[in-house]
Design a protein around this ligand. Sequence first.
Ligand SMILES: [Zn+2]
Length: 381
Amino acid sequence: MRPFTFHPGPRIISGDGCATQLADVMPDGACLFVTDKEVLRLGLTDSCRDAMGQSGREIILFDEVEADPSKDTLLAATDLGRRHDVTHVVGFGGGSPMDVAKLAAYLLGSGDELDEIWGVDVAKGQRLPLALVPTTAGTGSEATPISVITCEGGVKLAVNARPLVADWAVLDPSLTLGLPAHVTAATGIDAIVHSVEAYTSARLKNPLSDALAREALRLLAGSLLMAIEKPHNVEARSAMLLGAHLAGLAFSNAPVAGVHALAYPLGGLHHLPHGLSNALMLRVVLQHNSEAARELYAELAPILLPDCEGQGSQARCAALIDQLDSLVAASGLKPRLRDHGILERDIPVLAREAMKQTRLLVNNPCPIDEGDARRLYEAAW
Ligand SMILES: [Zn+2]
């Protein structure tokens, strides 16, 4: 066996309506409760906030988190927590409120300055107790040590460090029942990409991340269409939420690669949602990788297509790519870049931007240079 390191994630509370259990596990004192206006308006936080309030805690509500949260938003949340002397933090919502909650808990607990902790494993201080409650099944942010913040000039900076892993992740499928189909589709495909890219990650994949990625793919691919067609099917929603969490644990250890590297410029330059951007680049990047990653894709194929078990690796690899492509199509997402306002003349800039994602490109099973990127965007256009 090759030597490896594996980092576990947070402790997990799961089950229908389980977010109220945070009242039993979080410390006494004031709670900085980070969410966004939409999650609040939908009433998703009500029972959890009620339970925590009834146990005598003061809830300090911060609901100003926007999509792609800014540094100003993060610092405002941190400031609010400091003024009220909070003892713990809850992040409740999609990836954005969770990312803000992670860093607010860290800044409040450690006293570190934000501008001194960007990057990988720079933050080494002690954060406040932290629980994360996802309301979408996709980013896996509740499982990961990563927080992405939009800084001056639209530049996205990330803190990736073990102290950002929460104490508790709360997987409550009832919170995801109302998600609209296009959000279920895009976030679900994102989670599928996390599992596939973790399984083929060039440097840090290991037996545990592999096991997590395989089970994540089984849960996600097996339930995505049901969750889209029958949004109130709790079983499908549970499988999606658990699958997204397991994929998050997998890619916390075996980081994502080329699909994400080419997806990020679509978000940064054209404001396409993260999950949709990944869905658009999935097929072409997998095809690009299909020689280098053939054996690994072939290992994954029977998870989606049990009948292909006896076939050769080339056939299984092709079957996996086809099957994932069909899943994107069946999810109802429009599959081409041109469907989403991207012009052919945007491609050279996208390719140049993608080359900046070196931290992701190094994990791809084979190199992607600027010429490759241009060709892949053209194929996806
Ligand atoms: Zn992603």
